[in-house]
Design a protein around this ligand. Structure first.
Ligand code: KG4
Ligand code: ZN
Length: 333
C-alpha cells in the first residue's frame, strides 16, 4: 500500500498530491495569477511564488488525504522539462523532505506524467496506445508501450498548440492565458466563417508559427477595412482558428493511428480541455473505430496527482534516485 507524495512545480502551478496504493487521495493546486498582467509566465516571479506556495500546498494535500506525514513511503517530484527556477523549488523541497524523513526519492518526467494521468481513474487505456499531449509548452505524439517505455512519433517544430491558442488570443486582444477564452467564444461562432492555412509539415511533426502569422495578417487586413471587425466577428474568428488548430492535431493523430495500427487513442495536457478538440476526437474516434480516452479536466492541466501516480509505478519498480539529483529544463520523453 505505498503512500506517495507527488510534487509538481515545472511552470506556474504549484501542486502537491497524495496517492495511496495507486489511488489519488488529494490533489492541491495553487495557481499563480500574478502572470496575467504580463501576458505570459514570468520565470522569476514563478519561482518566487512556488517558494511561497509549496509548503502550504503539501500540508493541505496531507490533510485532505487524511494521512499522516509518517505514513508517506516516498516522495516523487517533477525533474523536468520546465522552467529551471521553478523546477528547483519542487526538487529542493522533495530532496529535503526525503532526507529528513529517510524515505526514497523518485524523479518524474513531466511529459510522461501527463500521459500517466490516464491511470488515475477508470477507464484506463491498454498498451500500446497513442497519446497526443498538447499543452502550453509541448505538442507531442507518443506511442506508449508501457508505463515508462514511450516512443516520440512526432512533435512541434516551433510553437506548441497551447501557445498557438494563447498567441492568437493576444492578437485578438484577449487576456492570458487565452486558450480557454478562445474556446468559449468559439462555441458561439461559425468555424467555417474564415479559412486559415493548414501547414504542410512532413511526417508526424507539427508547426503552428505560420498559422500565428497568418492570423496576425488576417486581423490587420480586416481591421484596416473595418475598424470594429474584431468586435463584430470575434466569435467567428475564434471558432475558425480553433477549428484549424484542432484539424492540424487530429489529422496527424489519424495518420499515426493508421501508420501504427494502434486504436486506443488518448489526449493529455492543458489543451485537451478544449471542447473543439474533445468533440473532434470523439467524432474521429467513431469514424475510425478507436477507443478514445480523455482525462478529467483537473488531471489535464498541470497537477501533482499525475506525478504521484507516476511515482507509484516507479516505487513498484524500485526506481529511486539519490540526493545528487538535479532538475533539467529540457528532458526528453
Ligand atoms: O498543461 P498545461 O496546464 O500547462 C503546461 O504544461 O503548459 O497547459 C496550459 C495550456 C495553455 O496554453 C492554455 O491556454 C491551454 O493549455 N488551454 C486551453 C484550454 N484550456 C487550457 N486551450 C484551448 N482551449 C481550452 N479550453
Ligand atoms: Zn504540463
Amino acid at each position: 500500500m505505498p503512500v506517495i507524495l507527488g510534487i509538481e512545480s515545472s511552470c506556474d502551478e504549484t501542486s502537491a498530491a497524495i496517492s495511496v496504493n495507486g489511488t489519488v487521495r488529494s490533489n492541491v493546486i495553487a495557481n499563480q495569477t500574478i502572470h496575467e498582467k504580463f501576458g505570459g509566465v514570468v520565470p522569476e516571479l514563478a519561482s518566487r511564488a512556488h517558494q511561497q506556495h509549496i509548503i502550504p500546498a503539501v500540508d493541505q494535500a496531507i490533510r485532505d488525504a487524511k494521512v499522516h506525514k509518517n505514513d508517506i513511503d516516498a516522495v516523487a517530484f517533477t525533474r523536468g522539462p520546465g522552467l529551471l527556477g521553478s523546477l528547483l523549488v519542487g526538487t529542493s523541497f522533495a530532496k529535503a523532505f526525503a532526507l529528513a524523513r529517510a524515505i526514497p526519492l523518485i524523479e518524474v518526467n513531466h511529459m510522461q506524467a501527463h500521459i500517466l494521468a490516464h491511470f488515475i481513474e477508470e477507464p484506463v487505456p491498454e498498451f500500446p496506445f497513442l497519446c497526443l499531449t498538447v499543452s502550453g509548452g509541448h505538442t507531442q505524439l507518443v506511442l506508449v508501450k508501457s508505463h515508462f517505455e514511450m516512443e516520440l512519433l512526432g512533435q512541434t517544430l516551433d510553437d506548441a498548440a497551447g501557445e498557438a491558442f494563447d498567441k492568437t488570443a493576444k492578437i485578438l486582444g484577449l487576456p492570458y492565458p487565452g486558450g480557454p477564452l478562445i474556446d468559449r467564444h468559439a462555441q458561439h461562432g461559425n468555424p467555417r466563417a474564415f479559412t486559415f492555412p493548414e501547414p504542410q509539415v512532413p511526417g508526424l511533426n507539427f508547426s503552428f508559427s505560420g498559422l500565428k502569422t497568418a492570423i496576425l495578417y488576417f486581423v490587420q487586413q480586416r481591421q484596416g477595412k473595418q475598424a470594429d471587425f474584431l468586435n463584430v466577428h470575434l466569435n467567428d474568428v475564434c471558432a475558425s482558428v480553433q477549428s484549424r488548430i484542432v484539424s492540424i492535431l487530429l489529422n496527424k493523430l489519424r495518420r499515426a493511428a493508421r501508420d501504427t495500427g494502434v486504436f486506443h487513442v488518448a489526449i493529455a495536457g492543458g489543451v485537451s480541455a478544449n471542447s473543439g478538440l474533445r468533440n473532434g476526437l470523439m467524432a474521429m474516434g467513431e469514424q475510425e473505430g478507436w477507443q478514445v480516452f480523455i482525462p478529467r479536466f483537473e488531471y489535464c492541466t498541470d497537477n501533482a496527482a499525475m506525478i504521484a501516480i507516476a511515482g507509484h509505478y516507479k516505487f513498484l519498480a524500485h526506481e529511486f534516485v539519490g540526493q545528487e539529483i538535479a532538475p533539467i529544463a529540457r528532458y526528453a520523453i
